[in-house]
Design a protein around this ligand. Structure first.
Ligand code: PCA
Length: 327
């Protein structure tokens, strides 16, 4: 039997769906908790989108890895299980070394440098994302990375056997180069890693040290200005294509604003977080000469290692950055 009688109830339901079909509801995941300025910025972005589109697009942000674990965020957006995601860019380094260029020491040690590095590498990163049906929305740097320890870091020999928490593979390599013993730990797992005695020290920013109450576990922060790594926020091309043009425009405009706001938030957060560390009893200092030399040597090895893995496109992007900074 081919024909179906449409009952008034079904008809009413169908009309109701049609009336709301153009309003899109997106799901987005980030591994970072609500205490992170990145998450605050991303939630603001979602609010901006809802407002700019008069509710035509609403984005629900699931923070703290509550919906999808960090490693599953990009695959989930690719598969279309969720529409958008935020990740620590350098955790994608297994896909291509360009993704970890912002965790190389000696390359970009200020916000201006870090932003220039983002601009120089964005075309290649955008292209690689496009192969997977993904579109970058914006990227924001964390404050510079430094070293948290449970006693003053005065001698590079202290790295010998030190169990150091690291947020990505490249930082683990760096710890290895220093003679330490690295463990990759998500930001949200930092308190457990310390309280269960799995780690003695960590590499991260003032922001994460503050958000994770570092003073509960360590006493010293060596502000070594190692590098300013980024988070990247991206969406599914398919989800984007389903939006009408005006909504797409409003979304991209809100993303541009989120990027600008995020970099300023990062600078501000670095100041407030450093002050909070000090207020809570952490001794903040710069590395002494011996430690600085050891960090530089470990960084040099890291760089050589990266160059051996990177392809010509990645090296050209780096060259473009260097030329831009030399101007
Ligand atoms: N905080 C995140 C990434 C870099 C940072 O400063 C973390 O430590 O996991």
């Amino acid at each position: 039997m081919r024909t179906r009688i449409i009952t008034p109830l079904l008809l009413a339901t169908a009309c109701g769906l049609a009336a709301t079909a153009h309003a899109a509801q997106w799901t987005m995941a980030t591994p970072y908790g609500d205490a992170s300025f990145h998450t605050q910025n991303t939630k603001q972005f979602a609010e901006d989108v809802a407002e700019a589109t008069n509710g035509e697009l609403t984005i629900t942000v699931h923070s703290g890895g509550s919906l999808v674990s960090h490693g599953e965020i990009k695959p989930s957006v690719r598969r279309g299980t969720i529409d958008a995601g935020e990740v620590f860019l350098s955790v994608l380094s297994n896909d291509d070394p360009i993704f970890e260029v912002d965790t190389l020491p000696g390359l970009a040690g200020s916000y201006d440098d870090a932003y220039a590095l983002w601009e120089a590498t964005k075309p290649m990163i955008t292209e690689l994302f496009a192969y997977e049906g993904l579109i970058p929305l914006y990227a924001v740097a964390w404050p510079a990375q430094g070293i948290y320890t449970a006693k003053p870091l005065t001698d590079p020999a202290q790295f010998e056997g030190l169990r150091v928490r690291a947020p990505n593979i490249n930082t683990q390599r760096f710890v290895n180069n220093l003679g330490g013993s690295p463990t990759e730990t998500e930001e949200s797992d930092i308190p457990t890693a310390f309280s269960t005695g799995r780690v003695d020290a960590m590499i991260t920013s003032s922001a994460t040290g503050n958000a994770m109450a570092a003073w509960d576990y360590v006493t010293d922060y060596t502000d070594a200005n190692l590098w300013l790594p980024k988070n990247i926020v991206f969406m599914s091309q398919r989800s984007f294509d389903r939006l009408d043009e005006a909504t797409q425009e409003a979304l991209l405009e809100a993303a541009a604003r989120a990027e600008e706001r995020g970099w300023q938030m990062s600078r501000d957060n670095n100041d407030t977080s450093t002050a909070a560390l000090i207020e809570n009893g952490i001794a903040v200092s710069e590395p002494n000469e011996a430690v600085a030399d050891a960090l530089q040597a470990a960084g040099g090895k890291l760089f050589a290692d990266w160059e051996a893995r990177a392809d010509d496109d990645a090296k050209q992007a780096l060259e473009a950055y260097r030329e831009q900074r030399a101007d």
